[in-house]
Structure formats: structure tokens, C-alpha cells
Write a protein that binds this ligand. Structure first.
Ligand code: GAL
Length: 703
């Protein structure tokens, strides 16, 4: 197999932003100054041309490249790299007016107006041809340009279209998947409510009453995006086979199964806006950000990934667009690096003068120069990232625990009317993030993997709310346990097959009753303010925790009962169970346990298995990243409070001021410490002042 081109970083963590010179073509002084400012901010690279189609092709077939030639040449002369974008994320007005069929049609059958962005029909042959053509022009012209380091394909590809072209393509896709209508009707259980199809043309693109259709539709849309991307990438690879291609992903975005996308990308990149907020529980958001970064690490399959967009300051689209408090921005950047990112890019380099995002944070403000707080901070971040150069090219080590994130299980669960929905409808992601956080709070490192991963090297594999479970996957997981692993499953596991049809013979299916030694007879859904008591020795001296939202009524069929319900009519029924299976075991958590309960479960499991646990105050996280010459260890205080920790005899550096520390120290709010890398002298980031009474204060977040 041909080796994929990799990120050009080698000895640098790349640092830069989305850059839109086409908005400033009337002001050449601004463009000249940009490059000077980039050097002062220690920028290495910029994504250029994301929304520039009309500037590149103002009329059909008329291409204007002089402005981009000048920018590319200027970047090359200044030693800066270009991530050259293909402009497909926003189609020119001349094109969408001339070819209305490239505009999306909504579920209501209405075609959208021109304008907006991220709204082309992914099926339209006209749009695919136009994209192929402009990409070919770009690749022919710039494919060997010395400034070109990466192809930034489109932007945040997403969404769905319900036009006739998509509908016909969906029918073709269904024929491929199911063969004939009888098979489709059986797979979709179509006799229910008389939904038996007698002709392919009757099948709609949207009908929430057919839950199997909903899942197949999402699979189809995902495949359309992937083939759209392949069409974009083909000319780029033809003319510049050594330049890697990426497209910026959006974390756990609903309609995109990124495990599938990752197979066709050379480098994985992600956009991440955690909306930190500086609230009492913001540290949980930071742990959730670790979840997303770990997902990227998993998608990249061990290679470094890129943080393609984050905000150097506030965004402009949240409900409350708060400035990042001192320490937060630096910490967010370092968190990504600690999790394997080899590039940190912002949206955006320079604030636009007008338009929808004129108030979105940027490195360069409307003031125009380097005299802003954010610019100074970005320049310090850039300077510090230079000292992390030795980390580039290598990702963190494999963790002892794998957690499975699965878009198809999520789609099946979301499309099924029944188990109580999470606050955003998405119980699968909620369960995955909560169990990830609990594992991290228990002091365990976690990799996020797909259902097809090789589990054999992991001590524990956790599959939260793996609602849809194909027989073959169930067998692979059972074999992993039987070969000595510990498989932990949670509530809402193994209810349906790949067609969203319930498994018969008792949950969890298929064949997993025996593996887990239990029968999950039914599930109870609680009101938001209801709690069910759960008791068990694993919950420490209190001996209990509580369950919320979903509680299953389980019968042990050979499994050892670890915890039981202690309230409600099902008091006494098992909720946490453990079953020996071959040389390993399978554990089942049959309720949405509150955080403390989940943490206690993982602590006791890790101790039983003799796994190393990092024992740190809640909200303080350590992450080690391997480098070519040794490794760096990051210690983050995710909380808004000073926290006392004992770092022993090791010497850490506080990144904000470059001071070294060891032994018992007090981490400042949102502090970032590093071991193994010495920050350049005289680093100076803004910090939250801490009064002396805070020195060695105990953690304000008791366990
Ligand atoms: C991203 C998008 C960027 C910009 C940014 C603002 O989703 O890719 O173009 O809009 O959001 O936060």
C-alpha cells in the first residue's frame, strides 16, 4: 500500500490561523503587515482561500490567480507554509443562481436560497464537476509551490439534502445494501403501521416513524459526504501526490461517521470550541475537551492530528461570549498538544471588518496591530510552542483503557422512540463522555477507538450505551474478554441489530446474556428530578450512590452482583454485575450512575487489576506526551481555584511565568505546568493573581 503523505511539521508544532487575504485586496498595506505580524506571533502556517471561490473564479471558467500567486510567493519568501483550501464550502452566487440544483432542498421539499454556506447538494453532478475543476486548477498551479504544505479540503462538510437527485441516489444505495424490496421490508420491519414498500420510488428520505430508514438515511448521507470528499481530493493527489490532504472535522458532529472519513484522509484535523465559560464546573468541560482530543487521536490511528480551528479569545455565536480568563487559552492549546496535536490553528488571523463574524475572536483585532492583549498572548503561545518542537511527530503512548465511540449506535438510539432522550437527544455521546470523565477522574488514561479496533492490547474496554450491536462485533468483544480482557458495558447495550430491530431472546443481545451472566428485562425512565438509590461496597464508606434518567431491571444469571437498587419497586435488583468469562470477565452497569459512583467503580476495577492510577485532586490532570528525545509531562489545573498538589522531587515549570517548582505546590487557577521541557526565559502570560492565603490551600473540590 502506498505510504500516505504526512504532516510537514517534523521538528515544529505548527501554529497559525485561517487567513482571508481576499477580504483585504484593496488594502495591500494590511496584507504586507500581516506577514510581519505573523512572524512576530511565531506563526508557521495559515489556511488560505476557504471561502474564496468568487475571488478565484469571478465568472464561469474565468480564473484570477494573481492575488493568490502574490500571497503564496510572499509566504514562501517569509518561510511560512500555506494550507491551501479548496473553496467548496461556499458556492459562488453566479453558480447557485445559474444551477439551482446545486442548492439544498430541506425536509419540507423547499429549495434553499443562494447565500449562507455549507449548503451544497452533496449528490449534484454539476457541483461535483465544478469542485473538481476548481481543485484541478488550484492543484495544477500550486501543487508544487514551495509554500504549499497541506490541502485543506472544503470546510466543516456536513448536513443533508432531500432533493430528487439525493432521493434517487438513496434508492440506488438502498438497492446495493438490501438487494431487493422484500429484504428491505424485512430489515426495516415495514409491516408495522403498514409501511411495506412495493416500489423503490415510494421510499422517502425522511420519515421519523420508520426508525430503520432513519439510520440507513444517515449512513447514506455519510457515504455521500465521503464520496464528495474523494471527488475533491482526486485532482489534488494527481498533481501533488506528496502533499497531505485533510478536511476539518467537528468532533462528535451528529451526521458524520468520522471513522469512515479518517480512512480517506492523510491527516486528521478538528475544529474545537469548548465555550469554557469560567463556571464552577468548567473543569468538566475541559475533561470533555480531552474526550474530543482523544477521539481525534483515535481517528488519526496513532499519528499526530491537527487542531485546525480554535478561538484565541471569545467566539461571537454563543449565548454568552465570555473572554477567556487568564490561563484558559494557553491551557486549551497545551491540552491539545498533550493529546497528540502537532498543529494549533485559530479561527481566525485577522478580524473581518464586516460580515457575520466581525466580532469573533482573532489574533489581530480591529485595532490592526500587535498592541492587543490577545495578540500578545498569542505571540507568547507561539513562542512557547517552539520549545515543544521535540514533541512533534510522535503521539502519546497507548492507554490501558479503550472506550468505544460509535456513530451507528448513536444514530440507532437517537432514531428509536423509547428510552428517555438525553438533554440534546444524544444518549450515546452523553454516556461515552461521562464514562470517559469517570475513568480520567479515577486516574486512568483512555484511548477512544472504533468498534472495529483491535482490543487485544487493552486491559479494559468500555462500551458505553452500545445500543446497536451487530452479532460479529458482539463476538469480537466476547472473545476479547475470554482471552483475559475486561469488557465493561453500560445501560442501553445490545438492544438492536444493525437494522435497528430489537434482538430477541432477552437483552443484552446477541448472545451476550451468557457473556454478562444476566438478563436485562426492562428499563425504567426517571423524571429529571428523580433519583434511585444504589448500594454496594465499591461505593466506599458511604456505600451508596444514585442513578438518574435510566435504570434497568436486571436479573443475575450467574454474574456476581456488585451493587443493587435500594429504592423504587425494584429495590434489591442488581444494577452493577461482574461475570467471569474465559480467562477474563464482563462487567455491566445497568443505570446512569452519578459521577462519584462511576468513578468508584473504575477505581476499584483498576485496583483489582493492578493498573497504575494517577492520584490527583479532582480537576487536576496529568498527561504525558512522548517526544523524539524523551517525553514531556503536562500537569493542568482545570479548575478556577488554586489547588494544592505534591509533585514530589520532579521539577516542573509553570508555563505562564517559566518558574520552576517541585514538592508541595499550589497550582493557580487554570494553571499549566510542564516537565521535560524548559520554557524560554521571560515568558509572561497574564495570570489570575493568587493571594498568599491561597498558598497550599486544600483543593476546594472535595471528592
Ligand atoms: C467554524 C467555521 C469557521 C468559523 C468558526 C467560528 O465552525 O469553520 O469558518 O465560522 O466556526 O467559530
Amino acid at each position: 500500500m502506498k505510504r500516505r503523505p504526512r504532516l510537514p511539521s517534523c521538528e515544529r508544532i505548527l501554529y497559525g490561523a485561517d487567513y482571508n487575504p481576499d477580504q483585504w485586496l484593496d488594502d495591500p498595506a494590511v496584507l504586507r503587515e500581516d506577514v510581519d505580524l505573523m512572524r512576530r506571533a511565531h506563526v508557521t502556517s495559515a489556511s488560505i482561500g476557504i471561502f474564496s471561490w468568487t475571488a478565484l473564479e469571478p465568472e464561469p471558467g474565468v480564473f484570477v490567480f494573481d492575488w493568490l500567486d502574490a500571497i503564496m510567493d510572499r509566504f514562501a519568501a517569509s518561510g511560512l507554509s500555506v494550507f491551501l483550501a479548496t473553496p467548496s464550502a461556499s458556492k459562488p452566487f453566479w453558480m447557485s443562481e445559474r444551477h439551482p440544483e446545486i442548492r439544498r432542498v430541506g425536509r419540507d421539499g423547499r429549495r434553499e436560497a443562494s447565500g449562507g454556506r455549507h449548503n451544497h447538494c452533496p449528490t449534484s453532478p454539476v457541483y461535483r464537476a465544478a469542485v473538481h475543476r476548481i481543485n484541478r486548477e488550484l492543484a495544477q498551479r500550486y501543487g508544487r509551490h514551495p509554500a504549499l504544505a497541506l490541502w485543506h479540503v472544503g470546510n466543516e462538510l456536513q448536513g443533508e439534502c432531500h432533493c430528487d437527485l439525493c432521493k434517487t441516489a438513496f434508492h440506488d444505495w438502498l438497492r446495493q445494501r438490501h438487494g431487493d424490496l422484500d429484504s428491505l421490508n424485512r430489515a426495516w420491519w415495514s409491516a408495522f403501521w403498514n409501511h411495506t414498500f412495493t416500489d423503490w420510488s415510494q421510499i422517502p428520505t425522511h420519515d421519523p416513524s420508520i426508525d430503520a430508514l432513519a439510520v440507513d438515511w444517515l449512513r447514506f448521507v455519510n457515504d455521500q459526504h465521503v464520496s464528495f470528499l474523494e471527488n475533491e481530493i482526486a485532482p489534488l493527489r494527481e498533481f501533488s501526490p506528496d502533499v497531505p490532504c485533510t478536511t476539518n472535522l467537528m468532533g462528535t458532529n451528529r451526521g458524520t461517521d468520522y471513522w469512515r472519513w479518517a480512512r480517506i484522509l492523510d491527516v486528521v484535523s478538528n475544529d474545537h470550541y469548548p465555550l469554557h465559560g469560567d463556571r464552577e464546573d468548567s473543569w468538566r468541560k475541559s475533561l470533555s475537551a480531552d474526550f474530543t482530543h482523544s477521539l481525534m487521536r483515535g481517528l488519526a490511528g496513532g499519528a499526530p492530528w491537527m487542531l485546525m480551528e480554535c478561538a484565541p479569545s471569545s467566539v461571537n455565536w454563543g449565548q454568552v461570549n465570555k473572554l477567556k480568563r487568564p490561563g484558559v487559552h494557553l491551557q486549551e492549546v497545551l491540552q491539545a498538544v498533550a493529546n497528540g496535536a502537532d498543529a494549533i490553528h485559530y479561527f481566525q488571523w485577522r478580524k473581518s471588518r464586516g460580515g457575520f463574524e466581525k466580532f469573533h475572536g482573532a489574533v489581530v483585532d480591529h485595532e490592526g496591530g500587535s498592541n492587543s492583549r490577545v495578540f500578545r498572548e498569542c505571540a507568547e503561545v507561539g513562542r512557547f510552542l517552539r520549545s515543544l518542537g521535540p514533541l512533534a511527530g510522535i503521539t502519546p503512548e497507548r492507554a490501558p483503557v479503550a472506550l468505544v465511540y460509535d456513530w451507528e449506535a448513536r444514530w440507532a438510539l437517537e432514531s428509536s422512540a423509547g428510552p428517555k432522550k438525553g438533554s440534546n437527544g444524544d444518549r450515546h455521546t452523553e454516556a461515552c463522555v461521562e464514562h470517559f470523565r469517570a475513568l480520567r477522574l479515577a486516574g486512568l488514561d483512555v484511548d477512544i477507538v472504533s468498534v472495529d479496533a483491535d482490543f487485544s492490547a487493552y486491559s479494559i474496554v468500555v462500551t458505553p450505551a452500545l445500543f446497536a450491536l451487530a452479532g460479529e462485533t458482539a463476538q469480537r468483544l466476547a472473545r476479547y474478554a475470554s482471552a483475559g480482557g475486561v469488557w465493561v458495558a453500560t445501560y442501553l447495550t445490545g438492544y438492536v441489530d444493525e437494522h435497528n430491530r430489537c434482538w430477541l431472546g432477552g437483552f443484552p443481545g446477541p448472545g451476550l446474556r451468557e457473556v454478562f451472566g444476566l438478563w436485562n428485562e426492562e428499563f425504567d425512565c426517571l423524571h429529571d428530578d428523580e433519583r434511585v438509590r444504589v448500594i454496594g461496597e465499591i461505593f466506599g464508606s458511604a456505600g451508596e450512590t444514585v442513578a438518574t434518567e435510566i435504570v434497568e431491571r436486571i436479573h443475575a444469571e450467574g454474574a456476581r452482583v456488585v451493587a443493587t437498587a435500594a429504592s423504587e419497586f425494584y429495590a434489591g435488583s442488581p444494577l452493577v454485575l461482574r461475570n467471569a468469562w474465559g480467562s477474563g470477565s464482563a462487567a455491566y452497569i445497568g443505570a446512569r450512575l452519578e459521577e462519584n459512583g462511576c468513578v468508584a467503580f473504575y477505581e476499584s476495577l483498576a485496583d483489582e487489576l493492578g493498573l497504575h492510577r494517577d492520584r490527583l485532586p479532582r480537576g487536576v490532570v496529568r498527561k504525558t506526551r512522548l517526544g523524539a528525545d524523551g517525553c514531556a509531562e503536562f500537569l493542568f489545573n482545570y479548575t478556577r481555584h488554586p489547588v494544592a498538589v505534591d509533585v514530589g522531587e520532579d521539577t516542573y515549570f509553570r508555563v505562564a511565568d517559566g518558574r520552576s517548582c517541585r514538592g508541595k505546590i499550589t497550582l493557580r487557577p487554570y494553571d499549566s505546568l510542564v516537565k521535560g521541557v524548559v520554557p524560554a526565559p521571560s515568558v509572561s502570560f497574564p495570570q489570575t493573581p493568587v493571594s498568599s492565603s491561597h498558598e497550599l490551600a486544600p483543593s476546594p473540590l472535595p471528592r
